[in-house]
Design a protein around this ligand. Sequence first.
Ligand code: NAP
Length: 345
Amino acid sequence: MGRFCRADVLVPARHQRSRPLRPKVLITRKIFKESIAHVAKHCDVEINQRDTPLTPQQLIKKLQRKQGVITALTDVISESVLARCPDLKIVCNIAVGFNNFDVKAATRRGVMMTNTPGVLDDTTADLTWCLILAAGRGLIDADRYFRSGKWKGWGLMQFLGHDIHHKILGICGLGRIGARVAKRAKGFEMRILYTGRTRAPQEVERDLDATFVDKQTLLRESDFVTLHVPLSPFTTHYISAAELKLMKPTAVLINASRGPVVDEKALVKALRDGWIAGAGLDVYEHEPRPAPGLARLKNVVLAPHIGSATMETRLKMANKAAENCVAGLTGRRPPNLLNPEVLKA
Ligand code: NAP
């Protein structure tokens, strides 16, 4: 079978023979068997069994004569990829973020694109809180110290972190995930500031006890700044040197959105020179590589892009992508269609 394995063995051969015009779908990364089985009921499926990204050339080659593809955020579906895959009808990301898609180009070419909103909000908010707690209290550095055998017993002045309770949490982007982060902050009796493109409805603000402020005010006043904006040309380097300089020297920056939202080189300087106290990151500007010097700093917690990585949530995400794909290829409207204009056309 080599590197690629035909999953149409999941479907009895007689069934396949009786339906020769089944759509063909590529799944670009390793995913759950039950998500594959759902697609394989309706389509012939080819899977990249190796859990590494395909190069653009491999992707284009594999997409010849395919009508559907289930992608990960590591697959870039650009205008040039779309141009070279003329049979493609639907592209289904297993992610809520879709900055790896050129949605406008897909719309021009009549290709549907989908994502997986709603099923990962709580899980990503939990991970955001892991980062807030770990970075605020220096947990990872303390763990490393303990494991090294250097710890000689309790000391009043050891590993002094920063309180989290009763502090100010600044949320950039009070969308689905940002709101779940805010909800959890109530338990820590924090004051919540938020900023973004649009102000949330009054009932949301009241429910979350969240105050809308401009970006500068949020950066100046918050003890923890957490980023939940999508990556777009407007949010690339949303936090760079100027913004980091506005933050308190005791503040902690959390990023569980997308890496390029933060100018990572500037962040390394800010952490090294004490412009801010710490950071907790789940995402990086040039994944999988951190900016030079980042991984040597003690005041930063580094997670390998695991925001939605729980068994339950990743399964829901993969199933959602499978549902979108099957719907699109069997003449139904995909539940999470990003470019409904395609259907009108
Ligand atoms: P969402 O519901 O669309 O929320 C995004 C928020 O950002 C909204 O409040 C939106 O405002 C605001 N926003 C958009 N563009 C902005 C801009 N230019 N300036 C300021 N605010 C802006 O999205 P979500 O589901 O919460 O997800 C947010 C992002 O998290 C995703 O796009 C994804 O990249 C990332 N994510 C990461 C992980 C991970 O593994 N670390 C997991 C899941 C998601 P409007 O109301 O005006 O649109």
